[in-house]
Design a protein around this ligand. Structure first.
Ligand SMILES: *Cc1c(COP(=O)(O)O)cnc(C)c1O
Length: 390
């Protein structure tokens, strides 16, 4: 038999997750919350099976399962498990794997919701967290307490300054489970599992769904581990909506062309900003002057669709946000519209000034999520907004 050539991930994305649709090319929306059974034995079998599809939608749902299969295929994973949001994925995974007395090692540069979760609910439940600086080599492994550390959490590239965790280093850690929030990379930009990491996590609300019309989280990894997390997730209740899973599955079909276009534009914007007199620093791993560019070239398949940069102060940032015409002032990322946000007053507003300083969220920091508009138009918009005078 002739072995078919290995497909590119963007090609796999076109057909990934096509169980349950028969000859239909588009997935079906299974809105049902419950399924009929054929008597007690059958009902018992469904109620006690792992991730049985035709029982009750908090346990599993065929439309959601198609989305999970698609993500698993793109991540090169045995399985995936979806949640009602990215934070749902984080909270349920942490509580599934940790309990009172457990210890977590986490990167300091994190999505503010993740940081707030680790500092608030986790501490209240008696889970200790050690935060490390991701730019210090070996910091994750050094902070592990043998026998107590249950989970090591990284976010790479990180929000909002695009710092990278060394995935080989994380994958080499033995003992605790390792988790990478890979949202900024999408499954086409990075493959944490191939580096030995246990769990790849995404807020699928972002690039995976890609159209600002779904709120969804997902993790990918070995089936046994995900089944264990599922057993807790059913009780946690951060259940994904089948409608959002359907939208995300449609988004996955175009993930290849979308991320290619957005990456090209992001690179052009980064190069333009790096040369601009109003801009002091550009944070984009694709630039050769980025302090982690060498690591980026080793582990990123695409440098990314998000970048951040610094202008003089809050007033200059405010002027920029008030002057953009194509870019819209909104949080979130990975969608068709170019979005701009000021992390200090929005995504990271809940942090104290000291925490903002520790995570590199300065008053002049601006984050851009590059959309699908023509590159020349995005460039022109950013240039005219930077030229706006007080
Ligand atoms: C948005 C985001 C989250 C949270 O995801 P939600 O879907 O908003 O709950 C987590 N991590 C990163 C890196 C994100 O960008």
């Amino acid at each position: 038999m002739v072995t078919p050539p290995k497909q590119s991930p963007a090609t796999q994305a076109i057909t990934a997750g096509r169980a349950h649709c028969g000859k239909s090319l588009a997935p079906a929306l299974w809105a049902s919350s419950t399924w009929e059974s054929d008597g007690l034995d059958d009902a018992n079998r469904r109620a006690t099976s792992i991730r049985h599809n035709d029982f009750y939608s908090r346990y599993a749902n065929p439309t959601v399962e198609q989305f999970e299969h698609a993500v698993a295929e793109l991540e090169g994973a045995e399985a995936a498990l979806a949640f009602g949001s990215g934070m749902g994925a984080i909270a349920a995974t942490v509580f599934a794997l940790c309990g009172t007395g457990s210890h977590i090692v986490a990167q300091r540069q994190l999505y503010a919701g993740t940081l707030a979760f680790l500092q608030g609910p986790c501490q209240r439940m008696g889970i200790d967290v050690t935060f490390i600086d991701v730019s210090t080599p070996g910091a994750f492994a050094e902070a592990v307490i043998p026998g107590r550390t249950m989970l090591v959490i990284a976010e790479s590239p990180s929000n909002p300054r695009l710092e990278l965790a060394d995935l080989d280093e994380l994958g080499g850690i033995r003992g605790p489970f390792t988790l990478v929030d890979s949202t900024f990379a999408t499954p086409l930009g990075q493959q944490p599992l191939t580096h030995g990491v246990d769990i790849s996590l995404h807020s699928a609300t972002k690039g995976i769904a890609g159209h600002n019309d779904a709120t969804l989280g997902v993790i990918a990894g070995d089936r046994d581990l995900l089944d264990d997390i599922w057993a807790y997730a059913v009780l946690h209740g951060s259940t994904p909506s089948p409608f959002d899973a359907l939208n995300a599955l449609r988004g996955i079909r175009t993930l290849g062309v979308r991320t290619r276009q957005q990456n090209e534009s992001a690179r052009s914007v980064a190069v333009m900003l790096a040369d601009h007199p109003m801009v002091s620093v550009v944070h984009y791993p694709g630039l050769s002057e980025h302090p982690q560019h060498a690591l980026a070239s080793l582990q990123l398949l695409q440098y990314g669709t998000v970048l951040s940069f610094e202008v003089a102060d809050r007033a200059a940032a405010q002027r920029f946000l008030a002057s953009v015409q194509i870019a819209r002032c909104a949080t979130s990322l990975g969608g068709p519209e170019t979005l701009v946000c000021h992390p200090a007053t929005t995504t990271h507003a809940s942090l104290t000034l000291d925490e903002q300083a520790a995570t590199g969220v300065t008053d002049g920091l601006i984050r851009l999520s590059i959309g699908l508009e023509e590159t020349v138009d995005i460039l022109a918009d950013i240039e005219q907004a930077l030229a706006a005078q007080p």
